[in-house]
Design a protein around this ligand. Structure first.
Ligand SMILES: Nc1ncnc2c1ncn2[C@@H]1O[C@H](COP(=O)(O)OC(=O)CCCC[C@@H]2CCSS2)[C@@H](O)[C@H]1O
Length: 332
């Protein structure tokens, strides 16, 4: 049970230091504690643990304009941050980790400000069917975090300037997909301020957990350790040189297109999946990782998981059947 809740804000906008503080809090969080950490990065693209920086982001253009490319510990896609974006992180032990409860805090905070947010099936939180918050998750032994963005008033021109749209997304949503998928909270709450959003989050945090929060200050943390972790997050090796070692890769050409799947396997389970295809039904392909993440890396398991795939039409059904037949033949 959560017995203690802690609130902490970062007062600076440096992505590497903010990520270092996040990792520090992850490792120093007490077993019965839940920490809510709020932070902002200036002009930064944050990529997922297993992404290729150059593939996801126009790094040169970003850096020419004084921006930063950062890599986080959690998986998932690339997002853009400026001071119109507020990040939240819930840090908690595995025992007390509840994505639903954590999301409830966000939904409640937005509700207090006068808008109606809803969780999506994926890792997004939506208003009016549009995403204003992207979420990602990380676990290290008994320590977990769930973090996400909150777009208050992000510069969407910059967002679409620096993020590269994948071929799959481009085909499904058109050229402007990066921009048109997202929305800012100010469009629904015109007088919204950063302070009001932080206040609503802290209040909702206390209400959902039924406890009063203690505030922790950045100065209370061990500066030496944070400095050491900051160095790591800002290093070239971590940001660009990280070997994205997907251990297993299979590919095949079907009548409906080329397909390539990469599996990352940890302790026998699929911890990450990348799927690429030039098929004209990219949504079918994009949904696959959701089915495969977390299951045992075994042909039988993969096939039975894929048989659960909820096909929306005949064509999708046939594609999935083709993929299952293919996996059956592969040497996995
Ligand atoms: N700031 C921000 N917030 C929400 N959505 C964004 C943002 N920037 C870009 N996008 C949109 O999300 C997709 C990528 O979605 P995708 O679902 O691929 O990835 C994510 O959402 C990852 C969220 C990571 C959150 C972390 C929290 C603290 S550090 S970063 C991109 O192409 C844009 O269309």
């Amino acid at each position: 049970m959560v017995e203690k809740i802690t609130y902490i804000e970062s007062g600076q906008f440096h992505p590497y230091k903010n990520l270092a503080v996040e990792e520090y809090l992850l490792l120093h969080c007490e077993p019965q504690e839940c920490i809510l950490y709020l932070w902002q990065n200036q002009n930064t693209v944050v990529i997922g643990r297993n992404q290729n920086a150059w593939k996801e982001c126009k790094v040169e253009s970003l850096e020419e304009n004084g921006g930063h490319l950062a890599r986080r510990l959690s998986g998932g896609g690339a997002v853009y941050h400026d001071l119109g974006n507020l990040n939240f992180t819930f840090l908690v032990s595995k025992e007390n980790y509840s994505i639903d409860r954590q999301l409830e805090v966000i939904v409640k905070a937005v509700q207090k400000l006068g808008a109606k947010a809803e969780k999506s099936g994926r890792n997004d939180i939506l208003i009016d069917g549009k995403k204003f918050s992207g979420n990602a998750f990380y676990e290290q032994e008994q320590h977990c975090y769930h973090h996400g963005t909150l777009m208050m008033n992000v510069n969407k021109e910059m967002l679409s300037k620096y993020l590269t749209v994948s071929k799959e997304k481009l085909q499904s949503k058109g050229v402007d997909s990066v921009k048109s998928r997202v929305t800012n909270l100010v469009d629904y709450i015109p007088d919204l301020t950063l302070e009001a959003l932080k206040k609503a989050l802290r209040e909702a945090f206390e209400e959902v957990y039924g406890l009063t929060s203690n505030e922790c200050k950045m100065e209370d943390l061990d500066q030496k350790e944070i400095e050491m972790r900051t160095k790591h997050f800002s290093s070239w090796d971590w940001r660009f040189g990280r070997k994205i070692d997907f251990q297993y890769e299979i590919s095949k050409r079907f009548s409906w297109g080329q397909m390539n799947i990469q599996f990352q396997v940890d302790k026998g389970k699929i911890s990450d999946v990348n799927v690429y295809s030039d098929s004209l039904k990219p949504m079918t392909i994009e949904k696959l990782p959701k089915y495969l993440k977390g299951i045992r890396y075994h042909k039988k398991n993969i096939c039975s998981e894929l048989r659960l795939y909820w096909a929306e039409d005949k064509q999708e059904e046939e594609m999935i059947a083709d993929i299952i037949e293919w996996i059956k033949e592969e040497e996995l």
